[in-house]
Design a protein around this ligand. Structure first.
Ligand code: NAP
Length: 210
């Protein structure tokens, strides 16, 4: 596919772009500033910042290009409706690691058997939003408004822990992202399936993994 990539120079972007190119995609790196030109692209990918992603996505949709977005900390509902109007797709996932998606699934299963849970999310100090999109999505999945603790320190990449407490027992479900290449398989999967999705917003990698 011909891809427009917003955020190619970022921490995630610089790990992802070589993987997308190695998989056979042609990547146009969209520079910051000015009106982005994504014309002729089959899809746009955004890993930027919560204040930048909505305008990037709008610009891509206005140019008739469907989007895959990993940027967290913004609400895609309105742009999902805009995409639907234009018969385009907007796929958004707070976490593109297959392991993290499985962690969320296992947490949902465990939640049925434990009265209480808390979530700890730990990320590099540069991460702008807190709590993480993955922690928020996990909290919603397991229900009961679990407390979410956010840690921001150098040396961390992305780590999530769901701790369930019961009578005389604890269950911890933890996922560690040790390298940003872990997001590539999920992004490649979303790009492969993008054209088969219904127009409008689809949220979560879980929807693509059986
Ligand atoms: P980062 O290192 O700050 O990179 C963001 C990049 O986007 C920077 O190069 C930045 O340029 C650029 N940028 C900002 N505004 C832009 C715009 N309007 N157009 C084009 N480029 C723009 O951040 P990161 O760690 O790569 O993370 C990016 C986002 O992805 C964050 O929201 C993070 O939470 C999210 N994330 C999602 C997942 C997932 O699996 N869904 C995984 C990890 C991270 P400047 O540096 O020049 O401002």
């Amino acid at each position: 596919m011909k891809l427009a990539f917003f955020g190619a120079e970022g921490k995630v972007g610089s790990a992802l772009v070589p993987r997308l190119e190695a998989a056979g995609h042609e990547v146009r790196r969209i520079e910051l500033g000015g009106e982005p030109d994504v014309s002729g692209c089959d899809a746009a990918v955004d890993f930027t910042a919560p204040e930048a992603a909505p305008q990037n996505v709008r610009a891509a949709l206005e140019q008739g290009v469907s989007c895959v977005v990993g940027t967290t900390g913004w609400d895609p509902t309105e742009l999902g409706a805009f995409a639907a109007e234009k018969a385009l797709r907007l796929f958004v996932a707070p976490n593109f690691s297959i392991g993290a998606v499985l962690m969320m699934r296992f947490a949902r299963e465990a939640a049925a058997h434990f009265p209480r849970a808390e979530i700890v999310e730990l990320h590099n100090e540069a991460k702008k939003d807190a709590p993480s999109g993955t922690a928020k999505a996990t909290a919603e999945l397991i229900g009961g408004s679990p407390q979410v603790h956010s840690v921001r320190l150098p040396g961390l990449v992305a780590h999530h822990e769901v701790i369930f407490g019961g009578e005389g027992q604890l269950l911890t479900i933890r996922h560690d992202t040790t390298g940003r290449e872990s997001f590539a398989d999920g992004v490649l999967l979303a790009l492969e399936r993008l054209g088969d999705l219904p127009p409008g917003l689809t949220a979560g990698l879980d929807t693509l993994i059986s």
